[in-house]
Design a protein around this ligand. Structure first.
Ligand code: MG
Length: 169
């Protein structure tokens, strides 16, 4: 079971919720990534892995920073040219992805593969965050949510691998 949330972790979860992302949505992405590889992957196990990833300070920092920038862009308070770049979610900007990779990095190369895949396919909540509805900006959040799921899936993959490794004879 996940440990009780610290104040910063709880704040991070509250901010995600306020921006329309529930932890169950992220757990669904974890299941999407790992269902063919881990037998008996339950929603509870996926959610537990998401909770563990969210317990990391560097993950919390990335999320509160990214969400803050999205909100500032919605309020038109970023300096130009950043305001226009974030508002348009310009493909060549890349700092949103870089920030997300700092989360993915925690659990190694499986995380990178997962992130690249989910970022291309954009299932579930990621499609919703990428809808580019007028006045709503999720330039950072979509990448961060994909990264949390990728890291949580990589964690589970590592655990599963540990159990399946056959000992040398
Ligand atoms: Mg983005």
């Amino acid at each position: 079971m996940a440990k009780p949330a610290t104040a910063l972790k709880q704040r991070t979860i509250d901010l995600l919720n306020q921006r329309g992302v529930n932890l169950e949505d992220i757990a669904d992405l974890v299941i999407f990534l790992q269902k063919n590889f881990i037998k008996d992957l339950s929603p509870e196990l996926a959610l537990d892995s998401v909770q563990t990833v969210l317990s990391k300070r560097e993950v919390q920092n990335a999320i509160i920073t990214g969400i803050q920038l999205d909100i500032a862009a919605e309020n038109h308070t970023l300096l130009e040219p950043l305001q226009t770049i974030v508002e348009r979610d310009e493909g060549l900007y890349g700092v949103d992805e870089t920030m997300a990779l700092s989360i993915v990095d925690i659990y190694g190369s499986i995380g990178f593969t997962n992130y690249g895949y989910i970022d291309r396919v954009k299932p579930g909540i990621l499609a919703k965050l990428n809808a580019h509805e007028p006045g709503i900006i999720h330039t950072f959040l979509d990448d961060l949510v994909g990264a949390i799921a990728a890291a949580a899936a990589a964690r589970l993959a590592h655990d599963d691998q540990g159990e399946q490794d056959t000992p040398f004879k």
